[in-house]
Design a protein around this ligand. Sequence first.
Ligand code: VGL
Ligand code: ZN
Length: 201
Amino acid sequence: MHPDTTALLVIDVQHDFCPGGALAVADGDAVVPLINAMLGDYAVRVFTQDWHPADHSSFADNHSVGEPFSLTEMPYGPQVLWPRHCVQGSDGAAFHPALETDPADMIIRKGFRPQIDSYSAFFENDHVTPTGLEGYLRSRGVTDLVLTGIATDFCVAYSAIDAARLGFKVTVLQEACRAIDLDGSLDKALSDMRAAGVVLA
Ligand code: VGL
Ligand code: ZN
C-alpha cells in the first residue's frame, strides 16, 4: 500500500482511445487489467475523462480546412485537429467497460469548453485555465502522483509535466500507458517529461 500522500491518476481510459474507438490507440485496452490490479494499492484514486461538446474546436470536421491529425493555429498556440472523439454522453466517451471505476474517488472531466482543448488534467491547452485538480489533490494532502492511461504522448505527458511544474513528485508508469505516436510525438514527450523531472518507470 502506498502512503496516503500518493495518488494514482488514471488518464482517459475511454472507449474512443481503445481499439475500435474513434481515436483508437494501438493496444490501448492493454492498460485496463494493469490499472485494475493497481487500484487497491492507492488511498487516493483520480480518473480523468476527455469530455468534448459536439462543436469542439479540436475536431477536424468542425473546420472548413484541415484533415484529421494535421496541425492548426489556435489563439493559444498550435493544436492538432483530431477525429471527432469523446463527445459528451456518447458511448465513445464512456470508460472502457472492463475498467473498474467504482474505486475512483474523483472523476475529472476536461475539454468541455468548445474553443479550447485540454490535454492536461491540470490546465487547459492555454496552460493557464485550471481544471481544479490541483486544489483537490492539495486539499487531500497529496504530494506524489503516479500516472497511467492514454495517451502517453498527449494527455499523460501534458498532465505529468504540469504536475511536476506545480511541485508534485511525478512518476509515469510506462507499462500502464499507451501512445498515439504522431510524427515522433512519443520520443518528444518522453524527453520533455524527463526534462521536467518526471520519473519514467
Ligand atoms: C487525447 C488527443 C485528443 C488523450 C485526448 O487523451 O491523450 N489525445 N484528446
Ligand atoms: Zn480530446
